[in-house]
Design a protein around this ligand. Sequence first.
Ligand SMILES: NC(=O)c1ccc[n+]([C@@H]2O[C@H](COP(=O)([O-])OP(=O)(O)OC[C@H]3O[C@@H](n4cnc5c(N)ncnc54)[C@H](OP(=O)(O)O)[C@@H]3O)[C@@H](O)[C@H]2O)c1
Length: 198
Amino acid sequence: MKILVIGSTGRTGKHVLAQAIKRGHEITAFARRPELLTERTGLAGVHQGDAHDLETVCKAVHGQDAVIAAVGGSRIASNLIAAMRETGVRRVVMTSSRSVPATRPRIAVTLAWLFFREAYVDLARAEGMLQVSGLDWSIARATMLNDKQPAGRVHIDFEANATGGAMQLSRADYAMALLDTVEDPTLIGKALGISGPT
Ligand SMILES: NC(=O)c1ccc[n+]([C@@H]2O[C@H](COP(=O)([O-])OP(=O)(O)OC[C@H]3O[C@@H](n4cnc5c(N)ncnc54)[C@H](OP(=O)(O)O)[C@@H]3O)[C@@H](O)[C@H]2O)c1
């Protein structure tokens, strides 16, 4: 697939690029700081720009089969939706957080919301926009991310509260899940909760 990756220079995004190239996808990276990608071989292209700028996003989305947003947010979602409608690209997988809909474990969720309320409210807004966009969306709600070695497995469910798995998830495993999701048409219109493997 021809895939545009937003957030490509991030700690998750760099794994998405590497794994996607390995899987044989044609990857274009979207980056505010493309100079961070000079050592990344195998890319089909790089678009320099801010995802808050609609015109740049439109240019980057044009001609792609799918978009993976390895960074979430309502301004990014809003521009992506507009750009995808404009260019006729339909498939999008967007990062969110398990904390957005979660009510359990109660203390952990309460504390997380205390510290990251603004980010979660914005992600909730982004999720809502995507869900009514008419696009072929999937939302990937990650649990707490770390940079540990990948396990090659994740726990996935479709519930507000995790039905299993670990509270910590390596960014490499999360990248794997993002790619598995974009490749799987049965996950269109679904919000996945992604936790670490048990
Ligand atoms: N940390 C957690 O435990 C956790 C849990 C659940 C979900 N998440 C979400 O998972 C996502 C990925 O996390 P991460 O730790 O991999 O993030 P990260 O390392 O901070 O990377 C974020 C990436 O997004 C890019 N970016 C941000 N705003 C942008 C914009 N307006 N236009 C273009 N690029 C932009 C950044 O570019 P620059 O290098 O230019 O800044 C960077 O490449 C985040 O959205 C986070 O909210 C995190």
